[in-house]
Design a protein around this ligand. Structure first.
Ligand code: FES
Ligand code: FES
Length: 174
C-alpha cells in the first residue's frame, strides 16, 4: 500500500485493517492527529483525504490506499502559519491543544470549499468536534475571521534568536 502524506509518498507496512490514525502516528511518526475517543465521536483525529475531512480512527488504511492525505503538519510551519492557524493563534482558540489539529483541519477544508463567515455554517462544518477547554466561541471567532480574510497569511509569531518573547498573546483573555 502507498500513501502520499503532506506531499511525500510512503510505502505502508502496517496490516491493511490498521486504522489510518495509527499508521500516521506509529508508522510514519506524524502526531498531530490525536487519539481521542477512537469511535468517530470527538474529531481529534481529523485529517484530510483528497481535501475532505475524515476521521482517521475510523478509516482502515487499505480503504485509503493510494490517497493524498493532509495533516496539520502539511498546512504551515511555526515560522509561517497558514491563515487558519494564524486565526486560531490571534483569537486564542487553542488552550490545551488536544482538539486543535482536528478543528484546524476541518476549518481549513471549510475555507478551501468557500465557506463564509456565518456562525451557523461554521458550526455545521465543525459539528462533532469536541473541545474540553475553549467553550467554542473563540474557535468560531477564529474561523469566521479567517473566512473574512481578517488575518495575515504569513505572519511570524515566534521570536527570533536575540528577540524577547512577547508577553501579551493577541486575543488572550488575561
Ligand atoms: S479519535 Fe477519531 S473521532 Fe475521536
Ligand atoms: S483546546 Fe483543549 S480540548 Fe480543545
Amino acid at each position: 500500500m502507498k500513501l502520499t502524506v503532506n506531499g511525500v509518498e510512503h510505502e505502508i507496512e502496517s496490516a491493511p485493517l490498521t486504522p489510518l490514525l495509527y499508521v500516521l502516528r506509529e508508522e510514519l511518526g506524524i502526531t498531530s492527529p490525536k487519539v481521542g475517543c477512537q469511535q468517530g465521536g470527538c474529531g481529534s483525529c481529523t485529517i484530510l483525504v483528497s481535501g475532505e475531512p475524515r476521521r482517521a480512527c475510523l478509516l482502515a488504511v487499505a480503504a485509503v490506499d493510494g490517497s493524498e492525505i493532509t495533516t496539520l503538519e502539511g498546512l504551515g510551519t511555526a515560522e509561517a502559519l497558514s491563515p487558519i492557524q494564524t486565526a486560531f493563534h490571534q483569537h486564542y482558540a487553542a488552550q490545551c491543544g488536544f482538539c486543535t489539529s482536528g478543528m484546524v483541519m476541518a476549518a481549513h477544508a471549510y475555507l478551501e470549499n468557500g465557506g463564509g463567515t456565518g456562525r451557523e455554517s461554521i458550526q455545521e462544518a465543525l459539528a462533532g468536534h469536541v473541545c474540553r477547554c475553549t467553550g467554542y466561541v473563540k474557535i468560531l471567532d477564529a474561523v469566521s475571521a479567517a473566512a473574512g480574510g481578517e488575518v495575515a497569511s504569513n505572519q511570524r509569531w515566534l521570536p527570533q534568536p536575540g528577540e524577547e518573547a512577547p508577553v501579551e498573546v493577541p486575543g488572550a483573555p488575561a
